[in-house]
Design a protein around this ligand. Structure first.
Ligand SMILES: [Zn+2]
Length: 138
């Protein structure tokens, strides 16, 4: 089993109605990625879609993927494309479930957002992931 140090939260930076298949098509055809961007995607209705096994290395954060797991909610931008935490209540619950399950498997891994890595210029996931997770811990 590979060593997991980071549980990374993302947003897709798309409309909330974006389809998982179209996001995957973008990775494959436009970005020419051979692997998935995330391990798990969460749809607006809270549906959890598994895209890759934990053992697979995904393309979530350039240079930090070998020891990371990635989960993304669909959404995260406003109509002008600016970062906005528009997670639905269902997505918040699902996100908590995914991170909680990973934390049980990888108790020493840190919960953080894409933007928390050094020299990342994105707003992804459009909220403070570490603070959000901490707020659920009591
Ligand atoms: Zn991201």
């Amino acid at each position: 089993m590979r060593k997991i140090d980071n549980l990374v939260i993302h947003c897709t930076a798309t409309v909330q109605t974006a389809k998982v298949e179209s996001i995957q098509r973008y990775w494959r055809d436009t970005l020419k990625w051979r692997s998935s961007g995330y391990h798990v995607i969460i749809e607006a209705n809270g549906n959890i879609v598994r895209l890759a096994e934990d053992s697979a290395v995904c393309n979530g954060v350039a240079g930090h993927n070998s020891n990371s797991l990635h989960v993304s909610y669909i959404g995260g931008i406003d109509a002008k494309g600016k970062g906005l935490d528009n997670r639905t209540p269902q997505q918040k619950v699902a996100l908590w479930q995914v991170i909680k399950a990973w934390k049980q498997k990888y108790p020493n891994a840190k919960v953080l957002g894409h933007r928390d890595f050094p020299s990342v210029k994105k707003e992804c996931p459009s909220f403070d992931a570490g603070k959000w997770w901490e707020s659920l811990q009591n």
